[in-house]
Design a protein around this ligand. Structure first.
Ligand code: NAI
Length: 263
């Protein structure tokens, strides 16, 4: 149990937990940002279903770490880019958890290359895994949220979805698509009590960015006013705000989490 003093009223507010009683689904959560979000949600009392391509050692370890918070936690193998796979896993999750309050569309990949050299396969893979996956999960979960008359959908975009980036036409297009999807869902489902927001992380230190050369990483850091790469926990904090009732009047927005890089 935590307490804090409100600056205005000087009264003490008490929270058992920001997400107590809620069920969250986080895709691509065996590592990186998805894992950090799942752990933060569990620490705030949510029951968690995580998905990833396989329930491997990483996913099993995350499942254990989540359960250590005393919440219900289960890892599911599912290819988020596959429509039928997604609908099947959502049915399994609903059967096991009874409701779904929070959806985080986090699964994502990069297949970088300049447009002149980009293959059709590089384009299709990134659009399918990064953008179609979100359609698949939103499509499967919104009927559940509409019935409940409550829900928060969080789509992982990127600063390059707003600004574009040479060498990442496929990735930038998929992440810009996430913003359009978010705004449209917010408009379609707001009257049913369902909110949708996007997070646009900047340069976050995960295995995805570890693949970049030191030179590229130094170039990124030099452009960041806060002069450091972000951590998965930095993004998880924003995702917790958007999942919780603290953001009950926030919908259709893209929150940048980038150390001031994109203003
Ligand atoms: P990561 O590569 O460390 O983790 C991504 C996870 O998604 C992996 O566990 C992977 O197995 C899973 N995944 C991949 N394809 C999948 C599929 N078809 N179905 C289900 N799971 C799948 O990546 P990271 O850095 O944690 O990124 C997470 C999200 O944040 C991605 O959407 C990424 O584009 C986005 N992002 C990351 C940034 C960064 O700097 N790391 C910056 C901006 C956005």
């Amino acid at each position: 149990m935590r307490t804090f003093a409100s600056v205005k009223s000087n009264k003490k507010h008490t929270f058992m937990s920001l997400l107590k009683g809620k069920v969250a689904v986080v895709t691509g959560a065996a590592r990186g940002i998805g894992k950090a979000i799942a752990l933060k949600y569990a620490s705030e009392g949510a029951d968690i279903a995580i998905t990833d391509l396989a329930v491997d050692d990483n996913a099993k370890a995350v499942e254990k770490e989540l359960a250590a918070y005393g919440v219900k936690a289960k890892a599911y193998a599912s290819n988020a880019a596959n429509f039928d796979d997604t609908h099947n896993v959502v049915s399994e999750i609903l059967k096991e958890f009874g409701r779904i309050d929070i959806l985080v569309n986090n699964a994502g990949i990069t297949r970088d290359g300049l447009m002149m050299r980009m293959t059709e396969q590089q384009w299709d893979m990134v659009i399918n895994v990064n953008l179609k996956s979100a359609f698949n999960f939103v499509h499967a979960i919104t009927p559940i949220m509409m019935k409940q008359k409550t829900g928060s959908i969080i789509n992982m975009s990127s600063v390059v979805g707003v600004s574009g980036n040479a060498g990442q036409c496929n990735y930038s297009a998929s992440k810009a698509g996430m913003i359009g999807l978010t705004k449209s869902i917010a408009k379609e489902l707001g009257s049913r009590g369902v909110r949708a927001n996007a997070i646009a992380p900047g340069f976050i230190i995960t295995e995805m960015t570890a693949a970049l050369s030191d030179e590229v990483r130094d170039q990124w850091a030099a452009q960041i006013p806060l002069r450091r790469g972000g951590t998965p926990e930095d993004v998880a904090n924003v995702a917790t705000f958007l999942a919780s009732d603290m953001s009950s009047y926030v919908s259709g927005q893209t929150i940048h989490c980038c150390g001031g890089m994109n203003m």
